[in-house]
Design a protein around this ligand. Structure first.
Ligand SMILES: [Fe+2]
Ligand SMILES: [Fe+2]
Length: 339
């Protein structure tokens, strides 16, 4: 099925035809999956959500005779709240992601074992973040629960991705999640949240490595189809939370704060993975693979320009806000001296 993708270069849709996943590719990749599953299990360290929650700060809500949430109880800034809220809801939609990957990769053999293990690890992220936020009264638990109900009810649907596209997409998405959790930790101003988010980010990195290694093997087995899948997933990339309540507003807050923005997306997510695959140095591509690589290069160039523009605009806005704050401070000081 043809796909319409928006390119940053022309600002107009281009139509590409994904090359369908070659027959037996999943079977051919099975030994690589088994090897990387073993690698993952050897490297993944056990950790427990309860260790990262300051339970002594917890108290009852009104339903049990205590006090309900009020914004002043939260020690998080509005930026940290928006980022934590978005990160948790993204983790919450796990049943949809499980369905997405279980459908693509199947439930047999090493693929199936990976799907189960990955799901169990991801669930830990949602558990830990929710416990932390509810106990510390970091965000409004009613708003959070309503948003979870809405988001999970509508679910996440990646569209008609092939298995190859799915594995290329998650390579980038896991790394994007890692960057986002890590930088959210930094803006919380709370050493406990920072530690928790750094721990989760470590998991996301291992997930990325797993998927990245599968795609590397797919590039050797089916170079043209894999290159097309990579190009399409980079060009059409969207975080899974895009259908979540307040996602656009929160994404802007997150980008303005430098938690996740176009520059990070280009420099710390797309490029390291593409470099690892040696995408621009590979030989042996056919005409379709070459075409996909050209599309990818054009897109990346335009994205880089957009990222530079975004960072410049953000710096200008920050300077303006700082200058206004200085002016207000000076005016207040002058008024104090005059009285
Ligand atoms: Fe996660
Ligand atoms: Fe993950």
């Amino acid at each position: 099925m043809a796909k319409r993708l928006w390119t940053a270069t022309e600002g107009a849709p281009v139509t590409t035809t994904p090359i369908s996943t070659p027959a037996h590719l999943l079977e051919d990749l099975e030994p690589v999956v088994a090897e990387n599953l073993d690698r993952h299990l050897a490297l993944a360290q056990e950790w427990h959500p309860h260790d990262y929650v300051p339970w002594s700060e917890g108290r009852d809500f009104a339903f049990l005779g205590g006090e309900d949430y009020a914004p002043e109880q939260s020690r998080l800034s509005s930026t940290a709240k928006a980022a934590m809220f978005t990160n948790l809801l993204t983790e919450d939609n796990l049943p949809s992601y499980h369905r997405e990957i279980a459908t693509r990769f199947g439930r047999d053999g090493a693929w199936g074992t990976w799907v189960g293990r990955w799901t169990a690890e991801e669930n830990r992220h949602g558990v830990a973040l929710r416990d932390y936020l509810v106990v510390t009264r970091g965000v409004d638990p009613v708003e959070l629960e309503r948003a979870r109900m809405d988001y999970m009810t509508s679910g996440y649907d990646s569209g008609d991705k092939t298995a190859l596209e799915a594995v290329a997409y998650v390579s980038f998405q896991e790394l994007a999640t890692r960057v986002s959790h890590r930088n959210t930790g930094k803006v919380t101003g709370d050493p406990i949240a920072d530690k928790l988010l750094a721990r989760i980010a470590k998991d996301e990195n291992l997930h990325m490595v797993f998927y990245r290694n599968i795609v590397a093997a797919a590039l050797d087995i089916a170079p043209d189809a894999t290159m097309r899948a990579i190009a399409d997933e980079v060009i059409g990339f969207e975080m899974p939370g895009a259908t979540m309540a307040g996602f656009r507003r929160n994404s802007i807050i997150i980008a303005k704060a430098g938690i996740y923005d176009l520059r990070l997306h280009h420099d710390e997510v797309l490029m390291p993975v593409l470099r690892h695959w040696g995408v621009f140095e590979r030989d042996g591509l056919g005409a379709e693979g070459e075409q996909a690589r050209d599309d990818l290069a054009r897109f990346l160039e335009a994205l880089d320009t957009q990222a530079t523009r975004f960072v410049e605009r953000r710096a200008e806005t920050r300077a303006r806000v700082a200058a206004n704050a200085d002016q207000e401070k000076a005016a207040r000081l002058a008024a104090d001296i005059a009285t």
